[in-house]
Each structure stands twice: as C-alpha cells, then as structure tokens.
Design a protein around this ligand. Structure first.
Ligand code: TMP
Length: 209
C-alpha cells in the first residue's frame, strides 16, 4: 500500500435511501481499506460548520446562496485535513455526500439556478485535481424515502429532511442532472435493505481494490 495512492469515491442518495445504514455495512465489509467520512463535516472544523448549517435555530431561514457558501467552506477544510491526507497514505476514501449534494439541494431543491455556472467554477477552484473518481447513487423514489424517514423513530431530522415532497423531488432531479456530467453508478434503493446492500457492495467491489 506504501507508494500507491488511494481512490476517491462518493456515496449519494436522497432522504430515506438508507445511505447512513448502508455506509456502516460497507465499512464492515471493506475495513481499513476504505476511510469513510461525511459531508457536511468530516474534519473538526467542518463538523462545527455542519452544526451551524443543520442545527442552528435560524438555519431554516437561510437562503441557498448562504448555504452554498457554507457547504463549500466546510468542504475545503474536509478535503485538506481528512481526504487528501488519507489518499496520500494510500487509503481509499468514500464520502457520504459531496458536491453532488450542493448541486442538488442548493441549486435545484432550494431553487437557485443562478448558481449553476458558478458551481462548476467553485468545483474547479476548490477541488482542483481531487475530483471524485466515481459517484454511487442510491436512488429512491422521494415518496418512498420520505415515508421511510418518518417511520424511523429516534432519528433526528434536520430542516432539509422536514421539507415537502416537491423539495425532495427537485433534489432528485438535481442529482440526475449532476450525474449526466460525472462518472457514476446508480443502485436502485427502493427494494428492501439487504437487497440494496448486496447490489451496492457488488458495485463498489468493481472499483475498490
Ligand atoms: P445528512 O448527512 O444527515 O444526510 O444531513 C446532511 C443534510 O445536508 C442533508 O439534508 C443534505 C444537506 N446537504 C446540502 O443541502 N448540501 C450539501 O452540499 C450537503 C453535503 C448536504
């Protein structure tokens, strides 16, 4: 592993796609070969920004432009302090959400199409050569995902989770648009959990060596 650089992957999916639970299964399966991290967050400073974005009592009132800047700021720190060092050690990295979420949530779901051109400039500027090699998309119908989410007792909902089905439908449309432009694999996340785990693990195995 010494002189080999790790590869950089992203796991993406809508609310209720089972992403958080699937990622724990994936960690058990791949062990230390893969560093699993998340956005927003993934480094100490970016986790503080996460808390402002998701937990502040005022967060629900902030507009897309404000969130857009905060997500990119958190991402810059996460990349520098967690992702790049892991890749340099030869570890593969799998991030739970990344710039695909900014594209889908801020530009589509929060209806800020004026940020589209700017998004690709930010991507070039902030990511440079650290562009993910592949995105894995757990695709669930927004209605199915939201009803799953509402049934999960004990899970803390953020202000994005609580928005209506139209918001989540626009978000999914944003992801589909983003994935036209980057390498990706789509995994049907509508079936029951174990079926999805098998399909996801089989797809990841093709790329994570
Ligand atoms: P989660 O990690 O529990 O899914 O929560 C993260 C929330 O933040 C989720 O609702 C999606 C949202 N989000 C954005 O709106 N833009 C982004 O760039 C990222 C990474 C997440």
């Amino acid at each position: 592993m010494k002189n080999k650089k790790g590869k950089f992957f992203v796991l993406e999916g809508g609310e209720g796609s089972g992403k958080s639970t699937q990622i724990r299964k994936i960690q058990e399966y791949f062990g230390v070969r893969v560093l699993i991290t998340r956005e927003p967050g993934g480094s100490p400073y970016a986790e503080e920004i996460r808390s402002i974005i998701l937990n502040s009592k005022n967060a629900g009132q902030a507009d897309a432009k404000t969130h857009f800047a905060l997500f990119w700021a958190a991402r810059a720190d996460h990349l520098k302090n967690t992702i790049i060092p892991a890749l340099a050690r030869g570890q593969n990295v799998l991030v739970d959400r990344f710039d695909s979420s900014t594209y889908a949530y801020q530009i589509f779901a929060q209806k800020a199409s004026e940020l589209k051109g700017f998004f690709w400039e930010m991507r070039r500027f902030y990511l440079g050569k650290y562009v993910p090699a592949r995105y894995f998309f757990l695709d669930v119908k927004p209605r199915v995902g939201l009803s799953r989410k509402q049934q999960q007792t004990g899970e803390k909902l953020n202000h994005f989770d609580e928005r209506d089905v139209q918001f989540h439908t626009r978000m999914r449309r944003g992801l589909l648009d983003f994935f036209k432009q980057v390498p990706h694999s789509t995994i049907d996340a509508n079936p029951q959990f174990d079926t999805v785990t098998k399909a996801l693990a089989a797809e990841l195995k093709k790329y994570i060596i």
